[in-house]
Design a protein. Structure first.
Length: 191
């Protein structure tokens, strides 16, 4: 039980997939202008990444490795992730069309989000079992969501803030992302 707690805390705060490993920066910068969109993207990533972690572990351990075709691991994992993203996209289009429209191009880009593929590969490289893979995947996705929501909250404040003209727009966003990453690096010193 203690090891799962450490795995969760480590994935969310210490080895945050976005702010410590720098995987998944495209949706981080693109979807973080509004809190609603950031929360929606976070929920989609949590769903996709958690299921992808479990399914890719099963595919690797019960299909790829026994058949001796582990060399197509990346391709197989991308196919699993793409299928899950299509499911989320269809669900959002039918159930929550406003969120679907606000996520725009970033929703199908979850398929190519290197954070999702990175966590699936890390599960295998770390030698996690199925339950550990699911826990690590969910915790990594939660850490991604936490960073996205924090960043969106900060960026929403920019609308009422006076920012020097040279830093407005992308400039202040990148500076803030850097400071947010540095703040998460402070958690590494706590262990």
């Amino acid at each position: 039980m203690e090891s799962y707690f450490a795995l969760i805390i480590g994935a969310i705060f210490i080895n945050n997939i976005l702010l410590a490993k720098f995987l998944g920066n495209c949706p981080f910068l693109g979807v973080s202008k509004k809190m609603d969109t950031a929360i929606g993207m976070s929920a989609a990533v949590v769903f996709v990444l958690t299921l992808a972690g479990a399914i890719t572990w099963i595919v690797d351990n019960y299909i790829l490795q026994p058949l001796g075709i582990g060399y197509i691991q990346t391709l197989a994992f991308i196919l699993v992730i793409a299928t899950l993203v299509q499911f989320v996209e269809l669900f959002l289009r039918k159930s929550i069309p406003t969120l679907y429209k606000s996520l725009g191009i970033f929703l199908p880009l979850i398929t190519t989000n290197c954070a999702v593929l990175g966590v699936a590969i890390l599960n295998i490289q770390q030698g996690f079992g199925l339950l550990e893979s699911v826990v690590f995947s969910a915790a990594s996705a939660s850490g991604f969501g936490l960073a996205l929501v924090l960043f969106a909250g900060i960026r929403e404040r920019y609308e009422i803030s006076r920012i020097p003209k040279a830093l407005q727009g992308t400039g202040i966003g990148l500076v803030t992302a850097g400071y947010l990453a540095l703040s998460f690096f402070a958690f590494k010193g706590m262990i």
